[in-house]
Design a protein around this ligand. Structure first.
Ligand SMILES: Cc1cc2nc3c(=O)[nH]c(=O)nc-3n(C[C@H](O)[C@H](O)[C@H](O)COP(=O)(O)OP(=O)(O)OC[C@H]3O[C@@H](n4cnc5c(N)ncnc54)[C@H](O)[C@@H]3O)c2cc1C
Length: 491
């Protein structure tokens, strides 16, 4: 009889792990507390508008292709992928906007126009970024992070040292460029990793290759289409997905989990993959003797930011909107300080907005526009209605001023999501959005382990463990954990 694996959580990591484990011959049951799969990436449909409630940047298309290829399929079998051009727009002030072109020639010309001589430097910078990307994707990123020796197994150590991958990303960028807007442009992608450019290893200039060379894509219909596709792949492999089923407790006997106790009954298991917030599983589902990390471990970690988001429906087409817009008219260092060093509601936050109806009219009723506005904030902040209202007015006023477009008078739908919503909806530790940051000390084997230190059949996947935050890493983490389980329990 085939062994039964219970996967907790139907986010990207859980769906990926489930599909790989089923392909390897395991009987797999995914249990998900919400009524729909997708986790932080669940689709939000309100008042005829479709919103990406979580991820909206589809980067690293090669990682998605690799996932589907492992099941004999392609993304195109499931959704229509469109490359955005411009990839995104960055607003630095009123009438001061940079559109980042998809074409490399145009990108080089843009750099040269802003800082003479910088196009040659960009070519060198991006060649190294590509090399790092290949280095990571060629092996490093799929290591289970169980030992530092894994890095020594890589034949690329001399390359890594030559490229100073462990230096600071911020210093790395400044070796090449001095124009503040070009620096912002190059530093922005590492914000996805949940830490400041100063605290992020220079290895992650690989994100600039992902941004500028591989491009920004959009699955028509929104990120929910990718979730639907992964559900299809997993169920084709025989995975059973039980939604509206909340895990309450993990029952342990002789250092093994014997049953996953849910509000719908107990499920027997040979192995368990916890593809949800690590802290929730350790601190809330397991009794103290079976936890790998003490309670004091978690406050000592650097969490990636939480968010305050607004989902806005507008009763008309808006001029000057882009699919992805970054509002960088305030000081990144000051905002980062209020996220990481002195956690509090930010005085003058940078923010991001997306308007997918520019690309995909089906995400808003005819003649209308959908807007998602996202402000990164420190995890754990109190997020009552008054504070949400204050930030709604603050960022919408700035968006209107910087784009020269009146938005608020035309809003016919509005909702929000922040710390307390993510705590309640997905058991997010301190309401974090992106998991555990990829800082210098929280990369590879220094992240929480994919394998429990106390229980022989408990494994972890998702954005708290390797390789880190983001949708492509979540897909990869499912593969890593499945391979590790098969290796550890091959009989
Ligand atoms: C606002 C926001 C914007 C983002 N933007 C981007 C982006 O543009 N691009 C990008 O690549 N990434 C982005 N990310 C990050 C990306 O969404 C995540 O890294 C990824 O989706 C995490 O997937 P996961 O499977 O690890 O976790 P989750 O998606 O959180 O899945 C965990 C699942 O476990 C379930 N669960 C929790 N507790 C229990 C329980 N006790 N019983 C049963 N089920 C349980 C939850 O309901 C959830 O469905 C964003 C995230 C957020 C929140």
């Amino acid at each position: 009889m085939s062994k039964q694996v219970v996967v907790i959580g139907a986010g990207f990591a859980g769906l990926s792990a489930a599909a790989y484990l089923a392909k390897a011959g395991r009987k797999v049951i995914v249990v998900e507390k919400n009524a729909d799969p997708g986790g932080r990436a669940r689709k939000r449909e309100e008042g005829g508008f479709v919103f990406d409630r979580g991820p909206s940047w589809y980067w690293m298309p090669d990682v998605f292709e690799a996932f589907f290829r492992d099941f004999g399929q392609r993304p195109a079998d499931h959704y229509d992928l469109k490359r955005l051009d411009p990839s995104y727009a960055v607003h630095f002030g009123p009438d001061d906007r940079l559109e980042v072109p998809a074409s490399m020639d145009k990108l080089y010309a843009l750099f040269e126009s802003m800082e003479p001589g910088s196009s040659d430097k960009l070519a060198v910078f991006l060649t190294e970024a590509r090399r790092k990307y290949e280095l990571a994707m060629g092996g490093m990123v799929r290591k289970p992070g169980l030992s530092p020796l894994e890095l020594l197994e890589l034949r690329t150590i001399p390359d890594m040292l030559r490229m100073h991958v462990f230096g600071s990303f911020s210093t790395h960028v400044r070796k090449y460029f001095s124009h503040p807007k070009l620096i912002s442009l190059l530093e922005f992608p590492v914000l996805f990793l949940g830490a400041t450019p100063q605290d992020t290893p220079a290895l992650f200039s690989l994100m600039n290759h992902a941004d500028m060379a591989l491009g920004t894509w959009y699955p028509m219909g929104g990120m929910g289409r990718v979730v639907d596709a992964m559900v299809r792949v997993a169920t084709e492999q025989g995975v059973e997905i039980r939604t509206s089923t909340t895990v309450r407790h993990l029952e342990v006997k002789e250092r093994r989990i014997r049953a996953v106790v849910t509000d719908q009954g107990d499920i027997a298991c040979d192995e368990v993959v916890a593809a949800t917030d690590y802290h929730h599983v350790e601190q809330q589902l397991l009794a103290a003797p079976y936890r790998s990390y003490p309670k004091s471990y978690w406050p000592s970690r650097v969490l990636a930011p939480a968010v305050l988001m607004f989902f806005i429906g507008v009763d008309r087409k808006l001029p000057n909107m882009h699919h992805h817009m970054l509002f960088f008219d305030e000081d990144l260092a000051a905002h980062a300080h209020e996220i990481y060093r002195d956690p509090k509601w930010p005085e003058r936050p940078l923010f991001y907005a997306s308007c997918t109806s520019v690309t995909d009219p089906h995400t808003a009723p005819p003649g209308m526009e959908n807007l998602v506005v996202l402000i990164p904030i420190a995890p754990g902040l109190a997020d009552g209605e008054a504070v949400r209202e204050r930030y709604y007015q603050l960022v919408l006023e700035r968006m209107e001023r910087l784009t020269g477009t009146a938005v608020r008078p035309h809003v016919i739908h509005r909702s929000s999501c922040s710390v307390s919503d993510l705590e309640q909806e997905v058991n997010a530790y301190r309401g974090n959005a992106y998991g555990l940051a990829n800082t210098l000390r929280q990369t590879a084997f220094m992240r929480p382990s994919i394998r429990s230190r106390r229980l022989a059949n408990l494994y972890f996947a998702g954005q708290f463990t390797v390789p880190g935050p983001g949708v492509p890493p979540a897909l990869i983490s499912g593969d890593i954990v499945a391979r590790r389980i098969i290796k550890d329990h091959h009989r």
